[in-house]
Design a protein around this ligand. Structure first.
Ligand SMILES: CSC[C@H]1O[C@@H](n2cnc3c(O)ncnc32)[C@H](O)[C@@H]1O
Ligand SMILES: [Zn+2]
Length: 427
């Protein structure tokens, strides 16, 4: 069925059109067919009509770096810096995870993301076969990051070929996969080189943590006498399309490498603040024309998957870092969480409301005290929302949430199962 949204306040994220204060959006099948001001004059046979009065219509948000099933570790291992947090708390708990944990944790993540307007996410976690099933059931758009970490990298790399084959057979436009070597400090030189080679052969991207903490920079400097980016360049990783989470501790030379190699760094401001990792130089990277996008990271270092909150923190923290209130405007933060995210993940025609683009749309209730008045809609969206304003979610032309209710997802059951499972994990 086609979808017509009428009388809506549309934030297109299309530079040529920007904002339509009262207009329509027509989605035919999976694709936006027409968008404009005033009334829709075309056919409306076989069409679901949504009255968009008092709603803001915008592209679905793109979470460019997360570990979805870590929802089950939300609030666990608080108050520690990265290395201690991973070694002493997170990795021992993750060692207990079985398929059912990944399934339920990812389901919980999906409902949390959808409720707060995220329609696409870039995942890096164990047992992506489970993630694949959940994402298909939830009807979301995602990039599955097949993890490679530690000593067992060779067998992991071999196993990853099976899931690539499975996914390639499905030919789903909603789903992609990337190789996800965890980081240069948890993998050997040979492992990084092999991942680089296989990703090239299989024509897939690479999703990796890069230069997150000062500790990491010191480890890599001591081991290789190089910066992390120099190492990634030398191993061939950067010859692939790369999504690099964090990128907090970079030299000017590193930024030049990222620019030259067309890497998309992911800014994860809340995780970086919580683990006291540092503040990425996003202002400089954007000025250089680097495609910086935004991610939440996992919920154990955030502690939620709310991209509206993340955009706000992203902008506030850049203003503070540079002591300059003009840094990272609301509109640019929105662009990073939509257009830039789509570009980073290799989804064509996504992240903008424009004819021919994918029908991934969210609708926010403007009839809320915190959304009034509207002098600058981009500012309202980034600085005033809390995510609960999202009432409609459409992915690839499918309505997933309507008037705040999921249509085909048993939200109550997922929440119940998650709580039950976590009690057993801890005791
Ligand atoms: C190989 S699956 C992903 C792996 O990454 C861990 N992780 C979660 N957050 C971070 C972070 O901020 N830096 C590095 N690693 C992180 C997660 O717990 C999984 O083990
Ligand atoms: Zn991460």
């Amino acid at each position: 069925m086609n979808i017509l949204i009428k009388n809506a306040f549309i934030v297109t994220m299309d530079e040529e059109r920007e904002v339509i204060e009262k207009g329509y959006l027509f989605i035919e099948g999976e694709t936006i067919k027409s968008v404009g001001a005033g009334e829709y004059k075309g056919e409306i046979e076989n069409t679901k009509v949504i009255n968009g009065e008092n709603y803001c219509v915008m592209p679905g948000l793109i979470n460019a770096h997360t570990h979805a099933a870590m929802t089950l570790l939300r609030g666990y291992g608080e108050g520690l810096p990265l290395m201690q947090w991973l070694n002493e708390k997170i990795w021992p708990m993750e060692a207990k995870f079985k398929e059912e944990h990944i399934k339920t944790g990812t389901e919980l993540a999906c409902i949390e993301m959808l409720r707060s307007g995220t329609t696409t996410f870039n995942d890096m976690y164990f047992m992506q076969e489970q993630v694949l099933e959940v994402v298909k059931h939830m009807n979301m758009r995602a990039v599955l990051g097949i993890p490679i970490i530690g000593e067992a990298w060779e067998s992991q790399l071999k196993a990853s070929l099976d899931i690539i084959e499975k996914l390639d057979k499905e030919k789903s436009e909603n789903l992609k996969m990337m190789f996800a070597p965890h980081s240069p400090y948890t993998l050997s030189y040979d492992a990084l080189k092999s991942v680089a080679q296989i990703a090239k052969e299989k024509n897939k991207g690479v999703h990796i943590h890069v230069s997150e903490t000062e500790d990491e920079s010191n480890i890599i400097r001591e081991k290789y006498n190089k910066t992390t980016c120099e190492l990634l360049e030398e191993t061939g990783i950067l010859k692939n399309p790369v999504v690099a989470a964090h990128c907090v501790h970079l030299t000017k030379g590193d930024m030049n490498i990222l620019k030259k190699s067309e890497v998309s760094p992911v800014y994860n401001p809340q995780s970086n603040m919580k683990l006291a990792s540092g503040t990425a130089s996003v202002g400089e990277m954007l000025d250089m024309g680097i495609n910086v996008c935004i991610g939440t990271d996992g919920t154990s270092s955030n502690n939620n998957l709310n991209m509206f909150e993340e955009m706000e923190t992203a902008a506030f923290l850049q203003k503070l870092k540079y002591s300059d209130a003009t840094m990272l405007s609301a509109k640019n933060a929105l662009k990073m969480a939509t257009y830039n995210g789509a570009k980073a993940l290799g989804f064509k025609n996504l992240g903008v409301i424009k004819e021919g683009f994918k029908g991934d749309i969210i609708m926010l209730d403007l009839n809320r005290p915190n959304m009034v008045p509207i002098y600058d809609i981009h500012s309202n969206l980034v600085f005033s929302t809390n995510g609960s304003e999202v009432q409609y979610v459409i992915v690839n032309g499918n309505v997933i949430m309507e008037k705040g209710e999921f249509l085909n997802v048993d939200e109550e059951k997922i929440i119940y199962e998650s709580n039950k499972m976590c009690k057993k994990l801890i005791y």
